[in-house]
Design a protein around this ligand. Structure first.
Ligand SMILES: Cc1cc2nc3c(=O)[nH]c(=O)nc-3n(C[C@H](O)[C@H](O)[C@H](O)COP(=O)(O)OP(=O)(O)OC[C@H]3O[C@@H](n4cnc5c(N)ncnc54)[C@H](O)[C@@H]3O)c2cc1C
Length: 410
């Protein structure tokens, strides 16, 4: 399709909410107005995890409200129904078995099997080209933290520091890390075999170096012919643009396709707080403008090197999403270029997703699923994001109100 000339607007709420009934829109409006009250979010994010943990009967309420807005379902089967609905509007899906913070070898093995089950399922569906994983789902957090510290003490390239750090681990932990690598390898291998892309999420900076090194090793193994494995780069970090350039050079040298999912980042408050408490320079950009500048520069860099880089614009920022379409247009490249994909979180920025889909872009919703108690950390991040991100709640409410008024008139 030659859609290089089409003009995209994110204002069309009819496309944006076509998949939602009036009732669902009303529920979304109620939820976003609650999340617009910082005191409510502060209280909710403290009480909800505790209430679920001690077994208070709050699951029904959570299921009907924030869970329904941001999560596909408690099981893969339930989530498949949501994925089908999105598929009807040419919106693809990134599945994420959203269990977080579970430690123990049995849980790590279980997560690995579950992710392979997700890949096998995704391979049978027309609109599930990717799935997403967190390395903390396969590895003890303290082990990642230890490796990260050892890497920081080392010298040379990321890969050199990584190999050296693994060597420094005591035999038992080396064995434990070997099992982590094996799990990640199995998941990426299954993705390669079934042609389902694997996104490796970015998490806290104090565990990120080993995650980056492991992901680059996976890209070097699986991304020779096509892009299977994608790393995530958080541009709220002031060092990520340079890291993107370094990864590109590694990709050229080792002849693999660099999978780059670009995000701004979800742990800003936590990062700043830790840096202040432990008295080290914050890894976060000094202000929002700097995050935006580096993010957009990252998008441009990837599109400038699109033969070698597979880009995922993972953002709710209207300018950044549009900017990627403009760059493609300027280069005379199609909006459905196989190395460019857009993605937004399920429950947010439908105006971007559905209008991009309408314009012929390859676009998806990031759709987590899992038991309520396990997806609580994800839900709390969404609640905080929708309060703390300047204007996000207002933006969502404005769009919902506009669409409700349009339907009323109609
Ligand atoms: C599909 C998808 C996958 C994602 N995966 C990950 C992941 O693996 N890891 C991860 O960490 N995040 C991830 N995110 C991103 C994250 O969850 C937020 O959605 C994202 O940071 C919000 O930014 P935005 O690009 O939507 O733009 P905007 O709404 O324009 O920007 C908000 C963001 O800007 C940054 N910011 C805000 N204020 C400041 C400030 N004062 N100084 C510096 N920076 C500031 C913060 O990152 C904030 O979240 C993902 C997002 C999507 C859509």
């Amino acid at each position: 399709m030659d859609n290089t000339q089409s003009v995209i607007s994110f204002d069309n709420t009819e496309f944006a909410f076509e998949y939602k009934s009036d009732q669902q829109l009303k529920k979304a409006r109620f939820l976003f107005s609650m999340m617009g009250k910082p005191w409510m979010v502060k209280m909710g994010t403290r009480l909800a995890p505790w209430a679920v943990k001690v077994g208070l009967p709050v699951k029904g309420l959570i299921r009907k409200t924030i869970f329904a807005q941001f999560v596909g379902g408690e099981t893969l089967e339930q989530t498949a129904e949501v994925a089908k609905v999105l598929g009807n509007y040419h919106v693809q899906v990134i599945l994420d078995y959203g269990v977080e913070g579970k430690e123990g070898e049995d849980n790590f093995d279980h997560a690995c099997e579950e992710f392979i089950r997700v890949i096998n399922y995704a391979a049978t569906q027309p609109n599930i080209p990717f799935m997403s994983v967190k390395v903390t789902g396969f590895a003890r957090f303290a082990l990642l933290e230890k490796l990260d510290t050892l890497m920081h003490e080392g010298e040379g390239t990321l890969m050199k520091r990584y190999l050296h750090a693994v060597e420094l681990l005591p035999a038992e932990e080396k064995e434990e890390w070997h099992r982590v690598r094996h799990r990640v390898m199995r998941v990426c291998g299954a993705g390669a075999e079934k042609k389902v892309g694997v996104f490796i999420d970015a998490e806290e900076t104090w565990i990120q170096d080993p995650v980056d090194a492991l992901t680059i090793l996976m890209m070097d193994t699986f991304n020779k012919e096509r892009c299977v494995v994608y790393n995530t780069l958080q541009h709220y970090r002031h060092d990520r643009l340079k890291f993107l350039h370094d990864c590109y050079e590694a990709a050229v040298e080792r002849k693999f396709i660099l999978g780059a999912k670009l995000v701004r980042g979800a742990y800003m408050e936590k990062e700043r707080k830790r840096a202040a408490e432990k008295n080290y320079p914050s890894p976060i950009q000094p202000d929002k403008e700097s995050s935006d500048r580096d993010y957009n520069a990252g998008v441009k860099f990837c599109i400038d090197h699109i033969e070698q880089v597979a880009l995922v614009v993972a953002s709710h920022n209207e300018y950044s999403n549009l900017y990627a379409t403009q760059l493609l247009r300027e280069k005379g490249l199609p909006l459905n270029h196989p190395h460019v994909h857009w993605s937004q979180l399920y429950g947010m920025s439908d105006n971007i997703t559905f209008n991009l889909a309408h314009a012929g872009c390859s676009v998806s919703k990031y759709l987590p699923f899992g038991p309520i108690k396990d997806v609580i950390p994800y839900l709390m991040r969404r609640a905080q994001e929708n309060t703390s991100v300047k204007g996000q709640t207002g933006r969502e409410l404005g769009l919902i109100n506009k669409e409700m008024a349009r339907r009323k008139k109609g």
